[in-house]
Design a protein around this ligand. Structure first.
Ligand code: FCB
Length: 463
């Protein structure tokens, strides 16, 4: 049996645009994701977050589910354009009040609110003014962080500035697969730095005796396909762009030289100003890690277009393992290797897995089918989802967490992605990551087997 410390923080995660809906309510302004999703061809099936899981209206019911599962913490994100509809200027009280109610309801149920200030939904007017490639966006973010902290700091102790700045920068501005959909590699490089600067400035603005401030990165374990020089260089480059470009400035106060050289193949680095790295590298109270899959990489003889700007001769190889519905390889060993590498290479900081989970092709069945789990909505037909593949995925990754802790990694909590099925960005509503199934036509929630399993893990404090 793998057991976890009694104080281990068991949670589940979501983000604003993926679940809230109510995009035009209570004064919310448009974000880049509203604009992007409305662009023909940008999102599979033309899906948008306009309604999503309707969490904006159904949060009391969703929090009751969280309480039923025994969650100790709930990671959600705040929609900047609810709080500042145009990304600057005075607060929109009604937007703020939504998060106040959400937070209070969580606290009433003994669930710790774990908000992220930015999960990709940049207010559209800030994108119109240049977006993350422009330095001023970092200043605006710090202002928004300060206003929000001032309003909610009496009930929230743990703050996360950004979710996955790699995605914001390179999927948003290099491949264009995410909002705002730009394909300008040089702009993506500037965006990455301004996102880090935004973190640093916001952390400065909100850190006080009662507030813990961190950031969440999407990190992975990178392995070369062979020991051939081209494959070794591919692994160095991808590890550089995906992991070290963010970890080094945050935890060591400097960009790695080899990564700067790679970036200079795309653009000059004149946007990095004196003093920036000192702010970015101010001590973190916690580091959030989103982990889904490892990466096996190789050199390529023909140019490959990818988010890894400056590395056209690098390709991602197939490790031959089973895959999730996203096509991501399942390998919990990669999470253990990643955690051990963080311990070996970087100064110690409390770590939290802020996302880990998997999409599978779930099948909703009516109760009475062999082995059905009891307990759906009273008076309605009981529904079940036997997602054994998701349970196996979560079980394996939690075992890696337990092993890492056993080897001295300061891992303090784990948030499953996701609490609810939701809008999976450019993939729309197709992939289902939730431990709770959402019927988008009726908004009915059904606990999948994985939700019952996770509740049991939390209750026992282990596997
Ligand atoms: C992460 C995102 C999250 C979700 C998962 C599957 O990159 O942070 O919003 O889409 O992937």
């Amino acid at each position: 049996m793998s057991t976890f410390d009694p104080g281990f923080l068991w949670g589940a995660a979501t983000s604003s645009y993926q679940i809230e809906g109510a995009v035009a309510e209570d004064g919310r302004g448009p974000s880049v994701w509203d604009t992007f999703a409305a662009t023909p061809g940008a999102v599979r099936g033309g899906d948008t977050g306009a309604v999503a899981a309707d969490h904006y209206h159904r949060f009391p019911e969703d929090i009751a589910l969280m309480a039923q599962l025994g969650l100790r913490a709930y990671r959600f994100s705040l929609a900047w354009s609810r709080i500042q509809p145009t990304g600057s200027g005075p607060v929109n009280q009604r937007g703020l009040d939504f998060y106040r109610r959400l937070t209070d309801t969580l606290l009433d149920h003994g669930i710790q609110p774990w908000p992220t200030l930015y999960h990709w939904d940049l207010p559209q007017p800030l994108e119109d003014a240049g977006g993350w490639p422009v330095r001023d966006t970092a200043e605006r973010f710090a202002e928004y962080a300060a206003l929000t902290h001032e309003a909610l700091g009496d009930r929230i102790t743990h703050w996360t500035t950004l979710n996955e700045p790699w995605c914001s920068a390179f999927l948003g501005y290099a491949t264009g697969r995410h909002a705002p959909g730009r394909r300008e590699p040089a702009a993506a490089v500037r965006a990455a730095h301004h996102l880090l600067l935004a973190h640093g400035l916001a952390a400065e603005a909100i850190r006080d005796d009662d507030s813990h401030v961190g950031i969440t990165l999407n990190l992975t374990h990178v392995t070369p396909l062979t020991t051939e020089p081209a494959d070794l260089d591919a692994a160095r480059r991808i590890d550089g762009m995906q992991n070290r470009l963010f970890l080094d400035p945050l935890l060591r106060g400097a960009y790695p030289d080899d990564v700067l050289d790679d970036l200079r193949e795309v653009t000059d680095t004149g946007h990095i100003q004196d003093g920036d790295l000192k702010r970015i590298g101010a001590p973190l109270d916690h580091l959030g890690i989103n982990y889904y899959a490892p990466m096996l990489v190789a050199g390529s003889t023909a140019p490959v277009q990818s988010a890894y700007v400056g590395s056209p001769l690098v390709r991602v190889a197939d490790g031959g393992r089973p895959k999730t519905a996203m096509g991501w390889e399942i390998d919990e060993r990669g999470l253990l290797d990643l955690l051990l590498r963080l311990k070996a290479d970087y100064p110690a900081v409390p770590l939290y897995i802020t996302e880990n989970g998997a999409a599978f092709d779930d099948v909703v069945e009516q109760d009475g089918v062999a082995g059905a789990v009891r307990g759906a909505v009273r008076g309605a037909v009981r529904q079940v989802v036997h997602d054994a593949d998701r349970i196996a995925y979560l079980d394996g990754h939690l075992r890696s967490c337990a092993r890492a802790i056993g080897q001295g990694v300061p891992l303090k909590g784990y948030f499953v992605w996701s609490l609810l099925d939701n809008f999976e960005w450019s993939f729309g509503y197709g992939p289902r990551f939730g431990i709770v199934h959402v019927d988008y036509a009726t908004q009915r929630r059904t606990l999948k087997d994985s939700a019952h399993w996770y509740a049991e893990v939390i209750r026992c404090g282990g596997l």
